[in-house]
Design a protein around this ligand. Structure first.
Ligand code: ZN
Length: 156
């Protein structure tokens, strides 16, 4: 069986940047389960996995355009310091908005704070080492929900 549209694949992966820093890895955890062809993963990753079989090991380079996007200056904004109340704010701190967007503090001024709403990995070239652990057909229910159920997926 190969990874094609609507197959559930389980993969182990390690993500490094071009300097060799490990940014994320499934090592020591359960493999990542996802439904292929439904936008569960970044586009470059799904393209690289297309047609792969169980046991395949490969390296994949993903451009920002097919990863977490290019950095946009429009997503940098200044907010009044009072928006943070009495909270101590430092450069590098991250906040999540009610919409699930992650904001990173890039500058702390006397009365204003600059936050960056770009994804922390926007503009970063991604290097994945991938191993395909398992492939199976997605169930009707999984396709209706758009996510994997059972081990490695949603339990509900
Ligand atoms: Zn579900």
């Amino acid at each position: 069986m190969q990874i094609t549209k609507h197959k559930v694949a389980a993969i182990h992966y390690t993500l490094t940047d071009n300097q060799g820093n490990v940014l994320d890895s499934s090592s020591g955890r359960d493999p990542l389960h996802y439904i292929h062809g439904m936008g569960n993963l970044i586009p470059g990753m799904e393209e690289g996995l297309e047609g792969k079989a169980k046991g395949d090991k490969f390296n994949l380079k993903v451009s920002p355009e097919k990863g977490y996007g290019v950095k946009s200056d429009d997503l940098m904004q200044q907010v009044p310091r009072s928006a943070f109340g009495t909270q101590q704010v430092e450069v590098g701190m991250q906040f999540q908005t009610n919409q699930g967007q992650v904001l990173t503090v890039t500058k702390v001024g006397l009365d204003s704070i600059t936050v960056d709403a770009n994804h922390p990995l926007a503009g970063v070239e991604l290097n994945f080492a991938v191993e395909v652990m398992e492939i199976r057909n997605a169930t009707e229910e999984e396709l209706a929900h758009g996510h994997v159920h059972g081990p490695g997926g949603h339990h509900h």
